[in-house]
Design a protein around this ligand. Sequence first.
Ligand code: ADP
Ligand code: MG
Length: 371
Amino acid sequence: QATPLSPLARVRPLTCAESRRGDRRAVRSLGDSAVHVSAARHDATFGFSAVFDAGTSQEAVFEGSGMRELVELAVGGFACTVFAFGQTGSGKTYTLMGPLAQSEARPAAPCALGLMQRSFACLLEQSWGAGLALSASYVEIYNEQVRDLLSPGPPCALPLRWSKSRGFYVENQLSVEFESLEAVTALLLEGSRRRRSSAHALNKHSSRSHALLTVHVRSRAGVTSSPAGPQHGAGSSRQGTLCFVDLAGSERVKDTGSTGELCVEANNINRSLLALGEARAARGAARRRRRGCHGAPPPAGHCISLLAKPRGKRPHVPYRDSKLTRLLARALGGSGITLMVACVSPSSRCLSETLSTLRYASRARSVTTRP
Ligand code: ADP
Ligand code: MG
């Protein structure tokens, strides 16, 4: 049965810096299923499954997002994915993990915990007494290399393979078992500290990689009574997954003031987001070359745009264009169940990126998967 990707939108509050320099709020929610953008030359409304405005708490986002149902589906053996996307500084990491991963040792206030910690708690609640075995893996895609965020020592690239039964998968990634919220939160924190980030003009802690944390849920047949999902493992156990994807934000090199290494990173980020269909085609190639940014040319295909076409009329979907689209192939067009969270800044100065994120997200509404 075709299941639509359900895109949600979250508009973050104006930051202190934005208020101080006098930015105007140009983006608002219109009821609970539309976002309205109004500025001098733009006046547009975009529809979503749910919309969360600046005042919405982390808890209300969790409860209103359908995350609880997604956790139940993962327990039932399905491959579930939630991914946050949007411009750098738009609140993706905050939505997924709260401020936890950004401050060093201090734990975040419970009210600030993000979708991830809330889902872990929900999952652990369901696992007690149900005989579920839980484990987590955490990788990042940095400059088109997949790196394990849980293995100690210097980061090394892991091979990305394809098999008929598993689709694309990361070979040799570490998977660590856990039985408590403290244990899995510690894994999240440990991995997030290893994640590549840099400071630039738009965000003091800008993530320079795409991060994928996957919880593997194994249950023994006979212990739970829910119907088996499509992912039957060996013998009598089946496995569901719950994957959280924190994308590095699209960025215009002009806005972030990136040069040198930062610029190469930005190009890799934009390239993979373009393959996904989010970013617009790179402009100003000459300017980037002057800044010393060389990289592969941008890919031609936009997976999301192609997936939005009717199945019969759809050309080949170029998942192979980037590591990111390979790892998201099942979530976007395969047998997974996927929740997308479009994060946007309310500021009038971010308008063009905001419009592109909202347009992309509303296009994704017509994408379906077949779990
Ligand atoms: P991104 O991951 O999209 O680059 P971040 O999640 O790092 O952006 O958010 C940028 C800044 O905005 C951070 O300081 C974060 O704490 C703050 N922020 C984002 N969303 C919210 C929100 N809903 N409420 C309060 N602060 C937020
Ligand atoms: Mg981030």
